[in-house]
Design a protein around this ligand. Structure first.
Ligand SMILES: [Zn+2]
Length: 440
């Protein structure tokens, strides 16, 4: 079996499965090999060179189902061939399609005004199952088949594997540079004296500099859930010249040094917020990463794209070349949900080459502005809370990683501030609830 197929079977079965059971599952249409396995997943032909990469390989809606789970490839047929259970549901190809962003590679011309593939145009978006981590459901389906054959598998635990409270620092300060003073006086018609006082006064009086408070609130959750499992990460911009990259700020300013030092005090991890420009020209990521490393004195291993503008699936190659080991960009801006079909960290398989790489993709569960912005989901507070609760409970159900992205600028007032607290409370409640009977 090819590396990436072995990896997908391993990923579907989950980390807690004994090694001998992993080799009990095969992926072949050769009946002479069936007796090597307890379960064979029968390939649907998705990987054949005559169809792979072509528009005809994208499944048509409505999809077939297995146990009420939408199935991208194959069908629900099952047969026993001697002692081997042959499943015609091609959950390997279905998983590959979702975790690699294969669809985005095939549909190059489907992009929004920022060059991003819109979530609402994706198969999970159009099929209305983006709130379901299908890959986890396939995993459960496969484990249950092994159980039916008598395998003794551990029960799934209803608990988050990891919780990442993340903040993209697009605009760290409201009025701490002369450019910002000029904006306040000329455009916003504020008093010069008052504005200069803001610029030269205490950093903690700046309305966007609410990091002491954010880190303190996150710390409360970290203490309740365990500091190893729950992390705060700040992603800092370190370059970019497009209008979407404005305002630019000096990473070496006294104010930024104060922010870095505060982040250190709280054990906040630092990641690169690669620029909008780097989303278009991914070669720039290396330079931006070096710039951030020089300013912080730290080795940078984490990345998230500004505007989540990781445009083409193959652009992840540049992230890897830059020495990034973990990417946190993979959610859709226009709709919250499971862009990769999974809620667990997954190794990147390049859909163009089918190479299994060491780059780890961390699915982004919820970004603040996806919920509230008119052009995205345009939800009321109540609708947003109900929507997020579903994503959170799905993530806990499958022992996934919950990644929240809240900007310091949206934690000022209004419903996004309230929602952040309410979601942190839900996370704590979920942690203390009794285990579910997911597998019964
Ligand atoms: Zn950003």
């Amino acid at each position: 079996m090819k590396d990436f197929i072995q990896y997908i079977i391993r990923f579907l079965l989950g980390d807690e499965i004994p090694g001998e059971l992993i080799t009990a599952v095969g992926y072949t249409d050769d009946p002479r090999l069936y007796n090597k396995y307890s379960i064979v997943i029968y390939p649907s032909g998705f990987f054949d060179s005559s169809i792979y990469g072509k528009p005809a390989s994208i499944p048509a809606l409505p999809l077939k189902e297995i146990d009420k789970i939408p199935l991208l490839f194959g069908n629900s047929e099952e047969e026993m061939v001697n002692d081997t259970l042959v499943l015609h549901a091609d959950i390997v190809a279905s998983t590959f399609f979702l975790i690699t962003r294969y669809e985005e590679m095939v549909k190059r011309s489907v992009r929004d005004e920022h060059g991003r593939f819109p979530g609402k145009e994706s198969l999970p978006g159009r099929g209305r199952f983006i709130q379901r981590p299908l890959v986890e459901e396939y995993g459960l389906y496969l484990r249950n088949k092994l159980r039916q054959l008598g395998a003794n598998l551990p029960k799934e635990k209803l608990r988050f594997r990891k919780i990442y409270l993340t903040h993209d620092v697009d605009v760290p300060f409201y009025c701490r540079t002369w450019k910002q003073v000029l904006r306040e006086v000329v455009i916003n018609k504020k008093s010069l004296v008052e504005t200069v006082r803001l610029k030269t006064g205490n950093l903690t009086d700046d309305q966007y500099y609410i990091f002491p408070w954010i880190f303190e609130e996150n710390e409360k959750i970290r203490k309740r859930t365990g500091k190893k499992r729950c992390k705060t990460i700040c992603f800092f911009k370190a370059g970019g010249n497009t209008k979407q990259d404005k305002p630019s700020f000096r990473l070496t300013s006294c104010d930024m040094k104060s922010l870095f030092s505060l982040a250190n005090t709280y054990g906040v991890e630092t990641g690169l917020h690669s620029s909008y420009q780097a989303g278009m020209t991914p070669e720039l990521i290396i330079k931006e990463k070096k710039h951030l490393e020089t300013a912080t004195g730290k080795k940078i291993r984490l990345n998230r794209h500004h505007f989540l503008s990781c445009r083409e699936p193959e652009h992840l190659t540049f992230i890897q070349k830059a020495g990034i080991e973990h990417d946190f960009s993979l959610g859709y801006a226009d709709i919250a949900g499971f862009r990769l079909g999974t809620c667990r960290a997954v190794r990147w398989i390049n859909p163009a080459t089918r190479n299994l790489t060491s780059l780890v993709l961390h699915p982004l569960t919820i970004m603040d502005c996806s919920l509230s912005e008119k052009k995205y989901m345009n939800l009321s507070y109540e609708e947003a809370l109900a929507y997020c609760e579903k994503l959170i409970s799905q993530t806990a159900r499958f022992r996934g990683d919950l990644t929240l992205l809240w900007h310091n600028t949206s934690l000022q007032t209004g419903y996004l501030k309230q929602l952040y607290f309410d979601l942190l409370n839900r996370v704590t409640l979920q942690e203390s609830s009794t285990p579910s009977k997911a597998d019964e």
